[in-house]
Write a protein that binds this ligand. Structure first.
Ligand code: SAH
Ligand code: SF4
Ligand code: F3S
Length: 444
C-alpha cells in the first residue's frame, strides 16, 4: 500500500476536508501515515486567514521540496497543496514552489482521485475552478476517514456571502451554499454508529443554513430537530453564529431540544460601532448587546464566546478601548483574538494609509489577551460548587497523576483526577475549583 501524509492547518472546515480527502485516498489504495518521511504522497492542507498562516504553508512545502531535490530516496515522492492558499494562489504556486505536483482548490476536493491518477502519470495538475456547488453528489463512493475521538464535525454550509472587509474566506471558499439535510443526517448517523458522542455542525454562518434551498423551506432549527430525534446519548453543537442572523426560533429550539448544548459562538470582531461599520459587519455595539442579552435571558447557563481583531485599519485607542469594555460589559466567557493582517483582494487591505503599526497592534493584542483571561476566570468561578455533566474526551498523565478531561454542555473544560479512563463517557461531576482555562472536578 502507498502511504499519504497530510499536514492540516487552519479551521475545522479544513480538518473536515482532510477527513474527506483521506476517505478518497483510502479508496485509491493509500494508507495514512503520521510520519512524513515514510509517505509517497505529501499534502499540505492550507489556511490563508492571516499572512502568517499562508507563510507557514509555503515553508512546509519548502521543507518537502528540499527532500525531493536533495535526498535520493525521496526523488519519487509527490507533493500537493490544498485548502484556502491553494484556492487563492492557484497556478502561481508552481512558480514559487516548482517541486509541487498538484494544486487543489477548496471547490474541487472531489477531483482528488482523478488528480492522483494524473500526477502518477507524471503530469502536473492545478484544479482551482470556482464551482460554487456542493459536490456531495460526486462523493457517494467514498467514506469519510474521521480522526478518532469523541467529537465529529459535520459541515452544513460552505462559503460565505458576507464580505467583511478584512476577510479572505469569501474569496477562498466561494459563495454560501447549504448541504442537503439527507447527507448531513446520514453523516451524523454514521458517526454515531462509529461511536462518536458529539456532533458539531459547521459553517461560517450557520444561521443561513437552508436559505438557498429552492425546493424546500428547511432551516437550522429544522435540522437540529431531526438530529435531536436520532436515538442514543449524544450532544449537538453548531458554530459559527453571525450575530444578526440568530433567530428567536433558533434560540427557542436550543432551549427545547435536550441534545443541543447551551453554547453560542457569536463573533463580535470589535466593540466600536464605527469600526464595525468599516468592517462591513451588519450590526453596531448596541444591537450586538441586545442579541447577547436575549440569548442569556432565554438560555440558562449559556456560554457565549466571541472573536476580536486588534488594530483594524484606522482603529483609534478610544475605539480599541471599546473592545476592552465590550468583553466586560457583555460578560463574554471566552474570545479568540487576532492582530489585523491585510489579505489580498479584501477591501481593508487597500487602506494602507490607515494601517496600524505592528508594535501597537501587538500591544493591543496583549491587552485584549489579559482582558480575555480575566473574564474567562470570572466566568469559570461561577460554576464552583455546581454539579455538571461532563463528556470525557481525553485521559492522560499529569505530574504523576491520571486525569480525565472533558467538556460540560456549556463548553467548559473540566479536569477530573481519576485512574480509570472514561473517554467517551458522560459523567456527573462536582465542580471543586476554577482556573483561567479550565474547571476542576470530582466524580460524584
Ligand atoms: N465566519 C466567522 C469567522 C471566520 S474567520 C465570523 O463571521 O465570525 C475566523 C476569525 O478570524 C474571524 O472571526 C476573525 O476574527 C479572524 N480574522 C479573519 N480575517 C482576519 C484578518 N484579516 N486579520 C486578522 N484576523 C482575521
Ligand atoms: Fe469572513 Fe465575515 Fe464571512 Fe466570517 S462572515 S467568514 S468574517 S466574511
Ligand atoms: Fe478556514 Fe483558514 Fe480557510 S480559517 S476557511 S482554512 S482561510
Amino acid at each position: 500500500m502507498k502511504k499519504v501524509y497530510i499536514e492540516t492547518m487552519g479551521c475545522q472546515m479544513n480538518k473536515s476536508d482532510t477527513e474527506r480527502m483521506l476517505g478518497m485516498l483510502s479508496y485509491m489504495g493509500y494508507e495514512e501515515t503520521k510520519e512524513p518521511e515514510q509517505a509517497d504522497l505529501l499534502i499540505v492542507n492550507t489556511c490563508s486567514i492571516r499572512q502568517l498562516s499562508e507563510d507557514k504553508a509555503f515553508s512546509q512545502l519548502g521543507v518537502w521540496g528540499k527532500w525531493k531535490h536533495e535526498k535520493v530516496d525521496f526523488k519519487t515522492i509527490k507533493i500537493g497543496i490544498s485548502g484556502c492558499v491553494a484556492q487563492q494562489k492557484a497556478e502561481s504556486i508552481f512558480k514559487r514552489a516548482p517541486y509541487v505536483d498538484f494544486v487543489l482548490g477548496t471547490h474541487k476536493i472531489y477531483a482528488l482521485p482523478e488528480i492522483i491518477e494524473r500526477i502518477n502519470k507524471g503530469k502536473r495538475v492545478c484544479e482551482c475552478t470556482e464551482t460554487n456547488a456542493t459536490e456531495d453528489n460526486l462523493a457517494k463512493n467514498y467514506d469519510i476517514k474521521r480522526v478518532k475521538g469523541v467529537n465529529a464535525w459535520i459541515p452544513i454550509t460552505e462559503g460565505c456571502n458576507n464580505f467583511c472587509t478584512y476577510c479572505i474566506v469569501p474569496y477562498t471558499r466561494g459563495r454560501e451554499r447549504s448541504r442537503l439535510p439527507e447527507l448531513i443526517i446520514k453523516e451524523a448517523k454514521d458517526a454515531l454508529n462509529e461511536g462518536f458522542k458529539e456532533i458539531t455542525l459547521l459553517g461560517q454562518n450557520v444561521d443561513s443554513y437552508g436559505k438557498d434551498f429552492k425546493d424546500r423551506n428547511y432551516r437550522l432549527a429544522d435540522l437540529l430537530r431531526e438530529l435531536n430525534a436520532i436515538d442514543g446519548e449524544f450532544r449537538i453543537r453548531f458554530v459559527t453564529s453571525y450575530p444578526t442572523d440568530i433567530t428567536d426560533e433558533l434560540i427557542k429550539t436550543v432551549v427545547e431540544l435536550d441534545k443541543v448544548c447551551e453554547y453560542f459562538h457569536i463573533p463580535m470582531q470589535s466593540g466600536s460601532s464605527e469600526i464595525l461599520k468599516a468592517m462591513n459587519r451588519r450590526y453596531d455595539r448596541q444591537t450586538y448587546a441586545q442579541i447577547v442579552q436575549k440569548v442569556r435571558d432565554m438560555v440558562p447557563d449559556v456560554t457565549i464566546t466571541s472573536d476580536f481583531i486588534a488594530g483594524f485599519p484606522g482603529e483609534t485607542e478610544e475605539q480599541f478601548q471599546e473592545t476592552l469594555t465590550a468583553i466586560d460589559e457583555f460578560e463574554l466567557d471566552y474570545s479568540n483574538l487576532a492582530a489585523y493582517s491585510p489579505r489580498e483582494k479584501t477591501v481593508a487591505a487597500r487602506w494602507t494609509d490607515k494601517f496600524i503599526p505592528e508594535d501597537i497592534k501587538d500591544e493591543r493584542f496583549q491587552r485584549l489577551n489579559k482582558k480575555v483571561q480575566e473574564n474567562c476566570l470570572k466566568s469559570n468561578l461561577k460554576y464552583v460548587g455546581r454539579e455538571m455533566e461532563v463528556l470525557i474526551e481525553n485521559f492522560y498523565e499529569h505530574k504523576g497523576k491520571m486525569i480525565n478531561t472533558g467538556k460540560t454542555r456549556n463548553f467548559k473544560t473540566v479536569h477530573i483526577p481519576c485512574d480509570k479512563d472514561m473517554t467517551g463517557e458522560f459523567v456527573n461531576v462536582k465542580i471543586t475549583g476554577a482556573k483561567t482555562w479550565y474547571l476542576q472536578g470530582e466524580i460524584k
